[in-house]
Design a protein around this ligand. Sequence first.
Ligand code: NAP
Length: 291
Amino acid sequence: MTSLSISGKTRLIALLGSPVSHSRSPALQNGAFLALGLDYVYLAFDIPLERVTDAIQALRVLNARGANVTMPLKQAVCEHLDRLSPTAALAGAVNTIVNDDGVLAGHMTDGAGYLMSLDECRVPYIGKTMTILGAGGAATAVAVEAAMRGVRSVHLFNRRDAFFEAAQVRVMQLRERLGCDAQLHDLDDANDLAASIKTSDILVNATSIGMEATRDQCLIQDPGCFHAALTVSDLIYVPAETALLKMARARGCRTVDGTGMQRLQGMLSFQLWTGQDLPADLARQSLAVSE
Ligand code: NAP
């Protein structure tokens, strides 16, 4: 069999968010369904924030097996679901929905996928200090997982906008529930940011700055704070080398792009929907074909 066989029993798994047309998740998931003979189809739907209620209702009406959720919906979906995993509840964000007999459960695999990608690249993080740009769904998921896996300090930097206060509450929960030294800072305070990077082992871009639409942009204006022991990582996977990673490579820093995270968080989501493991080689092959 070389293409998916769609029948009257095929179950839908959706990707919900905006933008989604760049996503490699359809290639990853459909490649695995085909190779393992599983009767699912994975389709991407461009859903703006104001249609989030309709999109979750559609999953219920169509009896979809589940969904991946991407920006800007990761936080907004939470209130529409029937239950949240402990990690999703702590992050206040969901990237995977599983529909079990009409009960929609929200999970978060982004943080685990990111930390596993550091493991693959042999970047140590236990007892280390991490600076995270952003405090959205992926940023908080990375912060939660980092705290759970023994990262000592996590400094998140976000614009002081309408989302700042909610992020403040989540960061406080990280301190209280996981005992991690977590702090939220103003992204516009360049001196504070430079000081944090100077004392960090890992810098993570978890904002959308650097994606296709802002390809040449980077939130760090002066790389003078980059040092030889710093690992610079970006959650963005298209382009694989963002302006931030180029700047870091030029300064001699070790870099980790978002492609490993994308593969690993997708493998964790696959397990949640199907109960089966997605073989690592198969995941790499499916993503290589989609490049
Ligand atoms: P999200 O919840 O919408 O969060 C977006 C973040 O970017 C927020 O902190 C937002 O700040 C910030 N941001 C947006 N525009 C900005 C600007 N002009 N200046 C400064 N900050 C800005 O999205 P998400 O799901 O966390 O995704 C964030 C990034 O991670 C995206 O690039 C996504 O592709 C990537 N990602 C990659 C993977 C992977 O598998 N590799 C998985 C998940 C996410 P405000 O709150 O102030 O708007």
